[in-house]
Design a protein. Structure first.
Length: 184
């Protein structure tokens, strides 16, 4: 009996240790990065939406801008502009179908497009996109990481990060791979 208790205690200790270590290992790639809080995104005024490509105009009431700030209260030099697709669809008749929404834009302070996300933020059908940003250089995040929570069988995944190219003044994807089964 005492040997069985020791074995059970060791197993419980092992499981608790594993549960503590796994989130640390998975979360390591996001260490020192900030998570974009969708609650801090603001509606983009209709006049500004009209400055975007025409495909955006019909969604004007559902377009938001999300500043990537290093510290609270700072003016964002880089922002994400996206259509809140779920809000748009909820405002449509019950039989409304998913549309081919324009992909989110990464823009500078003058609303010049300096990058693009591979899917909608904050949600794309059943997916939920989480945006992490960091590695600050000259007041802008030098790297934007994209993690997707996906309830489908193949699970969560990460897109290749967007990396700031100082020479071109654009965010570029480094690598095309998507890693499946990455939990954060």
């Amino acid at each position: 009996m005492p040997q069985s208790r020791r074995c059970r205690s060791a197993c419980v200790l092992f499981i608790l240790s594993a549960l503590t270590i796994v989130p640390t290992v998975n979360g390591k790639s996001y260490q020192d990065f900030q998570l974009l809080n969708q609650d801090e995104c603001a509606p983009l005024d209709k006049k500004t939406v009209l400055q975007l490509p025409e495909a955006w105009h019909k969604y004007a009431d559902f377009v938001k801008i999300c500043g990537l700030r290093q510290k609270a209260g700072q003016t964002a030099r880089v922002s994400i502009i996206s259509i809140w697709a779920d809000d748009y669809l909820n405002a449509q008749p019950a039989n409304a179908k998913w549309e081919q929404f324009p992909l989110p834009l990464v823009v500078d302070q003058a609303l010049r497009q300096i990058g693009q996300l591979p899917e909608l933020y904050p949600t794309h059908q059943a997916h939920e996109l989480k945006i992490y940003y960091g590695k600050w250089r000259a007041g802008i995040p030098a790297e934007i990481k994209l993690h997707v929570y996906n309830p489908a069988a193949y699970g969560d995944f990460d897109y290749a990060p967007l990396i700031w190219n100082r020479t071109t003044g654009l965010y570029e994807t480094k690598g095309k791979e998507v890693r499946h089964g990455v939990g954060h």
